[in-house]
Every structure is written in structure tokens, then in C-alpha cells.
Ligand binder design. Structure first.
Ligand code: ZN
Length: 117
């Protein structure tokens, strides 16, 4: 169990940190010199991501480089809806992302229950 407060992650943060996260995940592959069949080399993708302005780059800019939106999408693990921001709860064995709407519903449920008891 972790007693740390959840970390709030916004789509802007997801876009701004994509180059660093990509590098962390693909550091070894980026050193490969052989070209990937029909695909951009990892190092080239990383170089293009690093050129993005973290303050103004859009989700589409990232998708145009990587080929999909999985690196900037934030999805709530409770309601499964896309969100502009999520609260990330981490424990040693799981990471759970929850949107503000679900947090608000949870707060309301706590309040209702506490008032009834
Ligand atoms: Zn939700």
C-alpha cells in the first residue's frame, strides 16, 4: 500500500513528457542501427519528438510522429472514458488512473453514506 497522494497528470504534461518517456522505454532500441521494415527508426522518432515545443505541441503532432495516440491518451480506469486529466494512484503492483468525474462521484457517495450513518 502506498500512502502517497495521487499524481495529477494532464494531457499537456503527457505531450510535454513524451520525448523523455519514449527515450526511457526505447533507449536500447534507439541504438539499433538497422532500419525497421517500413517504419521509422526509433532514434528518428525520438529526434522528432524532441523537436516538438512542449508548450504548444498537440496530441496530433505526437501521433503524426509516432503513428498513434497511445502516448498522449489519458483514459480513466473506472469509467473507461478519455479524460483531459487523471489522478494516477500507484502502488507496488498496480497503477490506476481515475478521472475527475469519477473522483467527484466517489466524494458524493462518501458524503451520502456518511450523512446516512
Ligand atoms: Zn472516470
Amino acid at each position: 500500500m502506498s500512502n502517497k497522494a495521487p499524481k495529477i497528470i494532464t494531457r499537456r504534461q503527457a505531450i510535454a513528457t513524451v520525448a523523455a518517456r519514449f527515450e526511457k522505454q526505447y533507449a536500447l532500441r534507439m541504438m539499433e542501427t538497422g532500419s525497421r521494415k517500413d517504419r521509422k527508426p526509433w532514434g528518428e522518432i525520438h529526434a522528432e519528438l524532441k523537436k516538438l515545443d512542449p508548450k504548444t505541441a498537440t496530441e496530433q503532432d505526437v501521433a503524426d510522429i509516432i503513428g498513434n495516440t497511445s502516448w498522449t491518451e489519458l483514459t480513466c480506469d473506472q469509467c473507461k472514458q478519455p479524460a483531459d486529466a487523471i489522478a494516477r494512484f500507484t502502488s507496488p503492483d498496480a497503477t490506476t488512473d481515475i478521472c475527475k468525474a469519477c473522483i467527484d462521484k466517489t466524494k458524493a457517495a462518501f458524503t451520502t453514506t456518511e450523512q446516512a450513518t
